[in-house]
Ligand binder design. Sequence first.
Ligand SMILES: Nc1nc2c(ncn2[C@@H]2O[C@H](COP(=O)(O)OP(=O)(O)OP(=O)(O)O)[C@@H](O)[C@H]2O)c(=O)[nH]1
Ligand SMILES: [Mg+2]
Length: 173
Amino acid sequence: MCLLLGAPGVGKTLLVKRLQRLCSRDGRGDLGDPPPTRPTVGTNLTDIMAPRKITIRELGGCMGPIWSSYCGNCHSLVFMMDASNPTQLSASCVQLLGLLSAEQLANTSVLILFNKIDLPCYMTTEEIQSLIRLPDIIACAKQNITIAEISAYKGTGLARVLRWLQERHRTSS
Ligand SMILES: Nc1nc2c(ncn2[C@@H]2O[C@H](COP(=O)(O)OP(=O)(O)OP(=O)(O)O)[C@@H](O)[C@H]2O)c(=O)[nH]1
Ligand SMILES: [Mg+2]
């Protein structure tokens, strides 16, 4: 099980839909237009066949206060931030710190995604890293942390996300 978390509207549901599409097209054709999404109330469970089954559990951003009750039994954690929304970043950073210090997630591999890099006002990874002092966070964390910039909308970086998931879920779904 991969847990997918992030503030409301960062693009979690779109990412899952895009990964599903990426896995179902046999490496041919394009992703097509981005499908519509609605705010997730509660939790969304989606299986992607990559080709091994990987179950992704998205928790709606509005469920932030109770995310921790879903942290058990997950093999990997994908934490998304919206690189085009600087005002949301500090709150996201606090949430991330809470997750990294959760005992249940001590041995979980973590992928931090900066999404929406297709928008003209997006912040680069370097800018975000220095704003939230990510190198210090990574140095203090027990987890193995990977960072990537993506656009769930355009499809940029999604192949890398899929590879990360495949590597983490070689032996578990
Ligand atoms: N421009 C742009 N828009 C995006 C991107 N990813 C998601 N969006 C848009 O952002 C909005 C919110 O996306 P969702 O996937 O529903 O966000 P979410 O994180 O699942 O939100 P909650 O379920 O409320 O927590 C939608 O209008 C998406 O089309 C992206 O990479 N670029
Ligand atoms: Mg959602």
